[in-house]
Design a protein around this ligand. Sequence first.
Ligand code: PMP
Length: 454
Amino acid sequence: MSVSTAFAPAPAPAAATGAVPAPLPVLGRDVTVPLVTGGEVGYAALDYAASAPALQRVWDDIAAYAPYYGSVHRGAGHLSQLSTELFENARRTVADFLDCRDDDQVIFTRSTTDSLNLLARALPAGCEVFVFETEHHAALLPWRAADVTFLDAPRSPAAAVRTLQRALAARDTARPALVCVTGASNVTGELWPVRELAAAARASGARTVLDAAQLVPHQAVSVRELDVDWVAFSGHKLYAPFGSGVLAGRADWLGAAEPYLAGGGASRTVARGADGGVEVEWQDGAARHEAGSPNVIGAHALASACRALTEAGPEALAVRERHLLGLLRAGLAEVPEVRVLTLFGEDAPRVGVLSFVVDGWNSSHLAAALSAEYGIGVRDGLFCAHPLVHALLGTDPAGRAGCGTGSLNAVRVSFGAGTPDEDVLRFVTAVRELVTRGAKWTYRTENGRCVPES
Ligand code: PMP
């Protein structure tokens, strides 16, 4: 029995409405939430950029496998062997999903944050790192022990390439270098010119890591075509919220580095040395950085999501997403008080992620009212990208505001393959009502958050 087929039920067929494909089935569509004004309403999950709901298909795959779960790599029993095969198949599925080169390796981590920290620990001696200040903190902060150059926020994709080229022109090419780029911004949703940035890096002898946390849920990513050296992403943003992430790419730097975690699985042999200490020979390959018992369910879920998205077809998903973006943009355009945050311009290509502020509204107040009065889940804040959001808002990083005052942060709405039209339409109607008529309830600030008065 092949493990990948044994635990992979056929996907539910998606019924098409006109030219726009139907959303993919996800968990939670039938969940209702209480309204502060009384009654219950179906929850509109519009915070996919933080964490996306599990695909029904992923859940089914996990349920089918769960009874066969066993420890991987070291067990002699049948289920251990089955689970080991499943875990290693998941690695190959991810490599195919990312169109990796033949000699790339896929390391299972906990998340994008974990993946980028792992790579940061594996930088060769003397490595310089170049990163835009616009990055998510997970991509901004791990390099601080290295010689890192923070690049100013560019105002167009072409300016991003020029800024990087200028910075790289000044570098000492005798030293190794890494450029960290984002695929799609978790704040503006805008797409970054990954291929061009990677080419600029390559021309200067530098390597590239792509933070694809917000890209893989929305677009096919080809490591070969983009010519990046590593890709990092998280399962929980890819409809597989079961604790797994990925760092995929070149094996050499990671193979030469000390293991990320010291422990079983990463060690080939361990013996007491003549000096009374412990001598260890570390594993090569992915195992070197996967010490401890791996998250088999998480890896299986992540691979299941990769298969489901591939089968649904990236083009069909993109058609649906463009349709939802159209509904969102048209709805928000009817509210003149709304200002959409953008680095590259209103019409720049983006994924289903959009942040905005509303004149006269504190963003936390608006987000709290959307939840409490309409059952709509969005996010407000600085989205773990403080330098970017402050630059977009033109705000003082030290500023603070209560519920009733002007906006010092933004509201983010985000969606994906499981989002029905209805959720986006409910959202734009709710924003319009709140802005024109005001909130029905009163709110206060509690522990820095806006909450309804009880
Ligand atoms: N990069 C980007 C662009 C993100 O949006 C996020 C999550 N918001 C991360 C990295 C970090 O992902 P995780 O929290 O899964 O580690």
